[in-house]
Design a protein around this ligand. Sequence first.
Ligand SMILES: Cc1cc2nc3c(=O)[nH]c(=O)nc-3n(C[C@H](O)[C@H](O)[C@H](O)COP(=O)(O)OP(=O)(O)OC[C@H]3O[C@@H](n4cnc5c(N)ncnc54)[C@H](O)[C@@H]3O)c2cc1C
Length: 500
Amino acid sequence: MTNEQPLDRRQFAKRLAGGAFAGGAFAGGAFAQEKVNPQNRPLPPRATASKADGAVFGTNDRMHVRTSGTLGDDWFTEDAREIPVVGDYDVIVCGAGPAGFAAALAAARSGARTALLEVHGCVGGVWTAGMLSWILDAFNKRGIMAELLERLEAQDNGRRVQSAWVYHPEPMKLLLEDMLVEAGVRIRLFTRVVGAVADGKNRLAAVLTESKSGREVWTAKNFIDATGDGDLAAQAGCGFDFGRPGDWITQPMSLMALFHGVRTDDIAPFVNHLAEARDLGRGKVNFLAELRSAGIDPSYGGPSIFEIHDGLYAMMANHQYNVSAIDADDMTRATLEARRENHAMIQALRKKGGPWKGLEILATGEQIGTREGRRIHGRYSVTDEDLKNGARFDDGICNVRFGIDVHSTDPGQTKAIESKPFKSKPYDIPLRALMAKDVDGLVLAGRCISGGFIAHSSYRVTGNSVAMGEAAGVACAVAAREGVLPHEVPFSELGAIAAG
Ligand SMILES: Cc1cc2nc3c(=O)[nH]c(=O)nc-3n(C[C@H](O)[C@H](O)[C@H](O)COP(=O)(O)OP(=O)(O)OC[C@H]3O[C@@H](n4cnc5c(N)ncnc54)[C@H](O)[C@@H]3O)c2cc1C
C-alpha cells in the first residue's frame, strides 16, 4: 500500500524529465533497462544458440525487461534495444486465413521450411475466427481448394448448396491445423506481425512480432502477406489503395453468429437457399420482414440465414458502416455494436415464439468480418476492364467466377447490395498481381492483392483466396530453392497452379 496518489500523464512526464525517480524502477529521467525475473533475481546471461531452423533462443524472461525511453507529452521515444531472432525459414507466411493457410501448406509441400504467424488462437481467418461457414467460388479450383472440399466431405463436414460449400467452423479449425501439421509447417498462434525490416537492397529480410513471448524477429528468404489487410506490406513501405476511389470508404463489416434450438422445416421460409427451393418466396426478404415484425430493423437490408445442418445455422444480418479495418478503435466499436445487434435479434425472435421459441445464440465470431482493407500495389493491378472482358493471362493462377458484390456503403441502405456498375465475365488473376511492386521478396495473397475497388469485390471470396495462397506459396518455395526472387521465377516452373 502507498499513500502516493497516481500521477496523470503530464505530471508523470514532468517527474520523469526531472529525474525524480531514482534507483529501483526509474533512473536518470528514463526507465532503467533493468532486467529482473519475478523473483527479482538478475537474468542469466544471454543464450548463445546459433540461428537454426525454428530455434528459439534468448531467455523466456524477455517480458520482464522494462521498456526504456523518454516519455514526452505527446510521444514516447523508445530506446534502441536488442530483440532476439527466433527463427529463420525459407518462407514465412503472415496471417492464417484461407489465403495464408493455403500459402503455408503449398510452400511446405514444395519443400520449403515454412512458418505461419497468426494473431488469433486458431487457423482459418474468416472461415473459423470469423465463423463464415460458406465457401464461394471453390468448385472450379484445383489443388488445395479441391483437396479441402474432398476432406470436408470425407469428414462429413457440410455439403454443396447451390454455388457454395456450407460447413461447420469448429471442425474446420481442426482440419486446417491437421493439414498444416502434417505438412511440417511451424504454426505460431497469438502472434501479431508489427514490423518489417528490409536489407540495404529493398528486399524484405525480417518481420517483427509481438506476443506473450515479447517482441521477436523472424528471418526468411521470402515472405507472404496474407493478413487480409496488407499489414506486412504496409509495414514494409509498400504503396496501397484503400476503399472507394475518391472517398476511401470501404464496404461495411458484418459479424457472423451461429444459432440453434430451431428446426429447418419450421424456419425454411427464412433460410436463404431453402425458401426459393421450396417455393416459399425469397429467404432474405422473408427474414427481413420477420425481424421487423419482431421489432428489429436490422442494419443490413439483406439479413441471411445459412443452414449448416438441421438444427444449426449461421446468420449474417448486420452491417457496420464506414469502419476502417486499420483503426483499432473503429474495429472495437464496430464489434461491440455488431455483437449487441446479433444478440438483440436472437432475443427478439425468441420472444416472438412460434418457430423461434427454442432459439438460442451459440456464438458470435471472435473476429468481425472485414470485407476489405488495404489493396497493396503489385506488379499488375486487376482492373474493371479485366472483369468486363473476361481477361485470360499467360500467368493466370485462378479463374474468378464470382461476380461484382459491393455491400451497400450507405447506412440509409436503400439497397443491401449496390447496383453492379457493369456485367462481369469470368476472368483470371495473374501471378503478377500477387507480387509486391515496391519491395522485393514479398508476395501477397488473399483480399490484399493488387486490384481496383470493384475487382476486389469479386475476387475477394475464399475459393479465390485459397488459389492465390497456393500460388504464392509455390512461387516463394521455388524462389527460395533457386536462390532468386519470387517475381523472377518463370511461370512455367510453378507446376500445376495455372488457372482452371
Ligand atoms: C461478413 C463476410 C461475409 C463473407 N462472405 C463470404 C462467403 O459467403 N463466401 C466466401 O467465400 N467468402 C466470403 N467472404 C470472404 C471474404 O470476403 C474475404 O475476402 C476472405 O476472408 C479473404 O481471405 P484472406 O485469407 O485474405 O483474409 P482473412 O480471412 O481476413 O484472413 C487474414 C488472417 O490474417 C490474420 N492477421 C491479420 N493481421 C495480422 C497481423 N498483423 N499479424 C498476424 N496475423 C494477422 C487474421 O487474424 C486472419 O486470420 C466474406 C467476408 C465477410 C467479412
